[in-house]
Design a protein around this ligand. Structure first.
Ligand SMILES: Cc1ncc(COP(=O)(O)O)c(C=O)c1O
Ligand SMILES: N[C@@H](CCOP(=O)(O)O)C(=O)O
Length: 460
């Protein structure tokens, strides 16, 4: 299995190399040259999550990891998810199901990929003796998941850039309270898109990149995406796939989670519609509705992890929609530097065949948390509520709808309290979170300052 860059000017790599490389050296994102077909989907229903993960991920890893290495990594990773089903599916209403992805150690769907890739990084780094510096950009959840997965591990430093004042207090404390020497939480003056842009600046500085052994764990990293494909299979198989089509609605920001759904579909999972759900930062909904991808200002919302305008994985979707034309993607990404681009009519039609979309206001999000609590007793996090609100506009008789519940409500107690007047409790393993001292550095939105800080703090 080989991976190629969406911009066509970086070398093709195998799985392990693509994982360790993160962003391609031409600034593009790695995608598989071909997507393997999944055989015997019916047999997945009822299997342990770990077994489904092995069957789904194995075709993507090629010779990079032995069967034993991959099974071991999967077992260790998902042993940290507290629910026996790992990703349980609960019914919200007839025909509408919630896929709970928040039973991991940091209470967000990011744990599914981050726990696994930390294991795979460890195997690869032990083998090569290499030391790396992970830098991640986060609007809250990727950072906490990465720190939890990589803290204290050998051969790795983890620097996480988060937008100062724009993550929830629980998210911030998850990043600032771990006391491992290899963890560095950095509060950047700006919003998430600034964090992601500075991260890409670091990757595009090849001398720095090579000097520190830069690695990325955002969903620009293909290994993140592949781990997120698995729960589409477990959910759909339990609802009757491959003999029955299923719709999925995905609360979306950086387009990684929903792109994983596209991979599941390309592998043969009968997903009828993949529905993009956004908050008021609705660039993806606007792009799919109008064909114009135009970056606006980021408006802080009660679903802060989706406060994104420059959605990195949309590049992967565009690459497919343009039939793998890397030159066209280079041109669009150049235009993006000056504010946006128009999607060609043919590519737009392909995208619309692949994705439906909707956006939700702040009031609608609060109302949906109330409605679902009243109807079912379940308390949703605001991101999941955005998903459920959009999904309810797209329900159709006869086709089950699955909405991805991407975080635990206790990560966003202020929004939940505003909606339903209660503050959800943190699980016991996080009971000390508000008592621990915080360790964080303020950084300006400036790549030179960031470079110096990383060089100074690295434990290598
Ligand atoms: C809780 C939550 N929901 C949804 C999303 C959006 O996921 P993606 O960026 O993969 O579209 C994020 C952030 O990525 C998140 O943290
Ligand atoms: N919402 C994310 C933003 C980064 O997303 P990623 O999936 O590309 O890592 C977050 O919580 O940090």
């Amino acid at each position: 299995m080989r991976y190629i860059s969406t911009r066509g000017e970086a070398p093709a790599l195998d799985f392990e190399q693509a994982m360790l490389t993160g962003l391609a050296r031409d600034g593009g994102l790695y995608v598989p040259e071909t997507v393997p077909a999944m055989s015997d989907i019916a047999s997945l229903d009822g299997l342990p999550y770990e077994e489904v993960a092995f069957r789904v991920i194995r075709p993507f890893t090629g010779d990079s990891f032995s069967e034993d290495e991959l099974r071991g990594a999967i077992t260790r990773a998902y042993g940290r998810i507290s629910h026996v089903a790992r990703a349980p599916l609960v019914q919200l209403a007839p025909g509408h199901h919630l896929l709970e992805l928040f039973h991991g150690p940091t209470l967000a769907f990011k744990d599914f990929a981050m726990q696994l890739i930390a294991q795979l990084f460890q195997i690869a780094l032990k083998r090569s003796g290499q030391r790396i510096t992970i830098v991640g950009a986060t609007s809250g959840d990727t950072g906490s998941a990465a720190i939890e997965a990589f803290k204290g591990l050998d051969n790795v430093d983890v620097f996480i850039l988060f937008p100062h004042g724009r993550v929830s207090e629980v998210q911030r404390r998850q990043m600032t309270t771990p006391d491992a020497a290899n963890v560095h939480a950095l509060a950047l003056t700006g919003h998430f898109d600034d964090c992601q842009a500075r991260l890409k600046d670091l990757f595009n500085d090849h001398a720095f990149r090579d000097q520190v052994g830069l690695a990325g764990v955002n969903s620009i990293n293909w290994a993140r995406i592949v781990a997120q494909v698995v729960y589409y299979f477990t959910a759909a198989a339990s609802l009757g796939a491959p003999h029955r089509e299923v719709d999925f609605t995905v609360p979306t920001g950086n387009f990684g989670d929903i792109f994983a759904g596209s991979i599941a579909r390309a592998m043969g999972l009968p997903i009828r519609r993949l529905i993009v759900a956004t908050n008021q930062n609705d660039i993806l909904h606007r792009a799919l509705s109008t064909g114009e991808y135009r970056v606006g200002t980021v408006e802080p919302s009660i679903s802060p992890s989706m406060d994104i305008q420059v959605s990195s994985n949309f590049e992967r979707a565009l690459f497919w929609a343009y039939g793998g034309d890397a030159g066209a993607i280079r041109q669009l990404m150049d235009e993006l530097k000056t504010g946006g681009f128009s999607i060609s009519q043919g590519a737009l039609e392909t995208l619309r065949d692949q994705y439906a979309s909707g956006c939700v206001t702040e009031d609608e999000t609060l109302q949906m948390i109330r409605t679902i609590r009243d109807e079912t007793g379940q308390v949703l996090c605001p991101h999941s509520a955005v998903g459920v609100a959009v999904a309810r506009r797209h329900l159709e008789p006869g086709v089950p709808m699955v909405t991805l519940a991407t975080a635990h409500p206790a990560k966003f107690p202020d929004a939940v309290e505003q909606a339903v007047g209660l503050r959800p409790e943190l699980p016991p393993h996080m009971a000390q979170l508000f008592d621990l001292p915080e360790r964080v550095s303020r950084v300006e939105n400036d790549v030179a300052a960031l470079r110096s800080l990383i060089l100074e703090r690295r434990t290598a």
